[in-house]
Design a protein around this ligand. Structure first.
Ligand SMILES: [Fe+2]
Length: 352
């Protein structure tokens, strides 16, 4: 079966190379496709992906990668820190070849435990530096923007907060929702901590505790705004666009508001991918990472239903989204996001 797979993979490379060559006359960038699939085609066997990204998105990546290379991929699903803790606990015995997350803090945690191999240079080369840690122990694979979704009938435009920090002020008491137990929200707090320091973060969390309404999950928080239970919710952008692309029934009374202006509330969270040092099929694991950050992998973000931002290989994001450049996100090194400190601070504030 192994021989058959690599034979098929060989055919796949030849076919892709031929397509790359014939496409050279076009206005697209066939070189990226050729190089992304070039080394991916030389691999075989199986890999196991510990996946904390949305399952449907990773499944699309996996199906396309397997179709191109013949490599069989087994996915294990969990939350960001649930999976990072499991990898650390398993240590040398971990069956994981690749780890994918929704947000950076769990990647930084595994990096700090010394468990990641260096990312292949060819992969690093196709990801702009702002979307990967300076260490190159893992890489960004997609991105998501913080957004305040709100009910226009309750909040007029001139009353919108200038900064996410304003949500801790008394006038916002009882008016906004969040899902503090989720990795998405905790990444926003990690960015706040990195940008403004511990004292400011503690104060903001204290104000949040007084003001916010707790929901489990970003979709649930958005639904609450839509249903008129609460005026606004601090979530990620794709929950809104995903619902709009379906029936819109959970977002029809909701408008997204972007803080911009390098505000902590304009934080663009980088989803990560890394190869474990202990991988028994490092070539295929590295090829998978190269594939998802390559042209075909990034086009899954552009054309699929995840509505997350494409960040690599010069692939534009879905045209329904506010372009990344217009988000005016603050600069944050994703390797510096500290999930442990965030959990401590949120616990101390009574939010977890
Ligand atoms: Fe999410």
């Amino acid at each position: 079966m192994k021989i058959r797979n690599s034979a098929l993979a060989g055919i796949a490379i030849a076919a892709t190379a031929a397509l790359g060559l014939t496409a050279c006359g076009g206005s697209t960038t066939p070189a990226a496709t050729g190089s992304a699939s070039g080394s991916a085609g030389a691999v075989s066997g199986e890999i196991t992906v510990y996946n904390a990204q949305h399952e449907s998105l990773t499944q699309e990546w996996v199906d396309a990668f397997t179709a191109e290379t013949g490599v069989k991929v087994t996915m294990r699903q969990g939350d960001d820190t649930e999976m990072s803790n499991q990898i650390i606990q398993e240590g040398q015995a971990s069956p994981a070849d690749v780890f994918l997350t929704e947000n950076s803090p769990a990647m930084a945690q595994v990096e700090n435990a010394g468990l990641f191999a260096d990312v292949d240079q060819a992969t690093v080369d196709q990801v702009p530096s702002q979307f990967r840690p300076s260490t190159n122990k893992w890489t960004g694979i997609a991105a998501r923007s913080t957004v305040l979704v709100y009910d226009k009938s309750k909040i007029s435009e001139d009353k919108l907060p200038k900064s996410m920090l304003d949500l801790a002020k008394p006038e916002w008491k009882g008016k906004w929702a969040a899902s503090p137990s989720g990795a998405d929200f905790q990444a926003i707090v990690a960015a706040l901590l990195e940008l403004k320091g511990e004292t400011a973060t503690q104060e903001w969390l204290k104000g949040m505790k007084d003001n916010y309404k707790s929901y489990k999950g970003n979709s649930t928080a958005m639904k609450a705004v839509n249903a008129g239970e609460v005026d606004a919710a601090l979530i990620y952008h794709y929950y809104y666009y995903g619902d709009q692309a379906k029936t819109g029934e959970n977002s029809k009374n909701v408008t997204p508001y972007y803080f911009k202006n390098q505000d902590p509330g304009a934080f663009l969270s980088v989803s990560g991918g890394g190869v474990l040092k202990t991988s028994k099929n490092a070539a295929a694991a590295q090829a998978f990472l190269k594939f998802i950050t390559g042209k075909k992998g990034q086009e899954v973000l552009k054309n699929g239903t995840s509505f997350e931002y494409a960040i690599a290989s010069d692939v534009a994001s879905n045209e329904k989204l506010v372009p990344i450049k217009e988000l005016q996100a603050p600069t944050v090194d994703p390797a510096k996001l500290n999930s442990q400190k965030v959990t401590e601070l949120m616990n101390a504030a009574g939010l977890l």
